[in-house]
Design a protein around this ligand. Structure first.
Ligand SMILES: Cc1cc2nc3c(=O)[nH]c(=O)nc-3n(C[C@H](O)[C@H](O)[C@H](O)COP(=O)(O)OP(=O)(O)OC[C@H]3O[C@@H](n4cnc5c(N)ncnc54)[C@H](O)[C@@H]3O)c2cc1C
Length: 299
C-alpha cells in the first residue's frame, strides 16, 4: 500500500479492537491499514475464559494470532510501528506520522488500548502465567473461588476492587498502602461487612514462587501468604494522540465517545480500552463493529 494513497480509514492499534475493525472494514471493501506498536494486552492473558465461543478458554497470544489472521484474510494489512502524531488537515482528512513514514486517511479509528501499572515483583511475568498475579477481576475473579486473595491498591481503586473481588466466595485482604485514613468510615464498614480484612501496614516486599504462592512482607514485620494477588494500581489509557488533537477525555483518561464511538473530534473514532467503557475483549470488539460501520456509512 503506497503512502501517497488516501486511505478510507487508518486504524491505530492492532489489538482486540483494531483487528476487529480491520475485519469489518475489509469486509466492507474499504481501503484500510492497521498501524500497531505490538503491545496488545491480549498477549499477557494466560487463558481467557469469558470470550464468547471459547467455552474451554483460549490463550491470549493464540487469540491475538487468530485475530491477526482474520484481518489478513480480508485484505487489511498491518504495519508494525508506533504512531507519534496525528494531525487534522484543512480538508477534514488526517495525517499520521511514525518513524516509518506518513499516512493520510479520511477517518481514523484509535484503538491504542491501555497499559496496567505493574508492581515491582521479581518474575512478574511467570507469576501472571501461574495465576498468582492477576490484573482483571472482571475477567478471572471466578477462578479465585476458595482462595486467599490480596488486593494491592490505594484508597478508591484498591478498596472498590477488594469489595468487587469479595463477591467470589474467597478470603480477601486489602493491602491499603497506608491509605485507609483517607477512606470514609461508611466505606470501611461496607468492607468489614463483606468480610474483607485490612492490612494497614504498607507492603515492604512481595515475592511469588511456584511453591510458596504469594508472600507479602509488611513494613511492621508481619508476613502474609496468599494464593493470588491483584494489583489495583490503575491503568494508563493511551489517549494522547487524540487529546493532542483536542479530543475530550474522562478523569481516568478514557476518551469520551458518542453512540457511534466518535470522539469529540469529527472523523476521529475510538474503540476498546482507550474509549469510555468496561475494559474487555467483547466490549472492544463491539466498539469496533459500531465504529467501523459508522465510518463505512460516512464514506
Ligand atoms: C492479564 C490480563 C488478563 C486479561 N484477561 C481478560 C479476559 O479474560 N477477558 C477479557 O475480556 N479481557 C481480558 N483482559 C483485557 C483485554 O486484554 C483488553 O480489554 C483488550 O485487549 C482491549 O483491546 P484493545 O484493542 O483496546 O487494546 P489492546 O489489545 O491492548 O491493543 C492495543 C494496541 O495498540 C497499540 N498501540 C498503542 N499505542 C500505539 C501507537 N501510538 N501507535 C501504534 N500502536 C499503538 C499497542 O501496542 C497494542 O498493540 C485482560 C487483560 C490483562 C492485562
Amino acid at each position: 500500500m503506497s503512502q501517497d494513497e488516501i486511505l478510507d480509514c487508518l486504524v491505530i492499534g492492532g489489538g482486540a479492537a483494531g483487528l476487529t475493525a480491520a475485519v469489518y472494514l475489509g469486509r466492507y471493501r474499504r481501503r484500510a491499514l492497521v498501524l500497531d506498536a505490538g503491545g496488545s494486552r491480549l498477549a499477557k492473558i494466560p487463558r481467557t475464559r469469558n470470550v464468547p465461543g471459547f467455552p474451554e478458554g483460549i490463550e491470549g497470544p493464540e487469540l491475538l494470532r487468530r485475530m491477526q489472521e482474520h484481518a489478513r484474510i480480508y485484505g487489511v494489512p498491518t504495519t508494525h510501528t508506533e504512531v507519534r502524531r496525528i494531525e487534522k488537515l484543512e480538508d477534514g482528512s488526517f495525517r499520521a506520522e511514525s518513524d516509518r513514514g506518513q499516512w493520510r486517511a479520511r477517518f481514523v479509528l484509535l484503538a491504542t488500548g491501555a497499559r496496567d501499572v505493574e508492581p515491582e515483583i521479581d518474575g512478574l511475568h511467570e507469576a501472571m502465567q501461574a495465576g498468582q498475579v492477576r490484573f482483571c477481576p472482571v475477567c478471572d475473579g471466578f477462578e479465585t473461588q476458595g482462595q486467599r486473595v490480596a488486593v494491592l491498591g490505594r484508597a478508591g481503586h484498591g478498596l472498590h476492587e477488594s469489595l468487587f473481588i469479595s463477591g467470589f466466595g474467597n478470603e480477601v485482604t486489602w493491602l491499603a498502602m497506608a491509605t485507609q485514613e483517607e477512606v470514609d468510615p461508611r466505606e470501611l464498614a461496607r468492607l468489614r461487612d463483606a468480610g474483607v480484612r485490612l492490612a494497614d501496614s504498607p507492603p515492604h516486599r512481595i515475592d511469588c514462587g511456584v511453591d510458596c504462592g504469594v508472600r507479602v512482607a509488611l513494613q511492621d514485620g508481619q508476613v502474609l501468604e496468599f494464593d493470588t494477588l491483584y494489583p489495583a494500581l490503575g491503568l494508563h489509557h493511551a489517549c494522547d494522540l487524540a487529546t493532542r488533537l483536542g479530543a475530550r477525555s474522562c478523569p481516568d483518561g478514557q476518551l469520551e465517545v458518542d453512540v457511534h464511538q466518535q470522539t469529540t473530534v469529527d472523523g476521529l473514532y475510538a474503540a476498546g480500552d482507550v474509549a469510555m467503557d468496561l475494559n474487555q475483549i467483547s466490549v472492544a470488539a463491539g466498539h469496533a463493529a459500531i465504529a467501523s460501520t459508522a465510518i463505512h456509512n460516512r464514506l
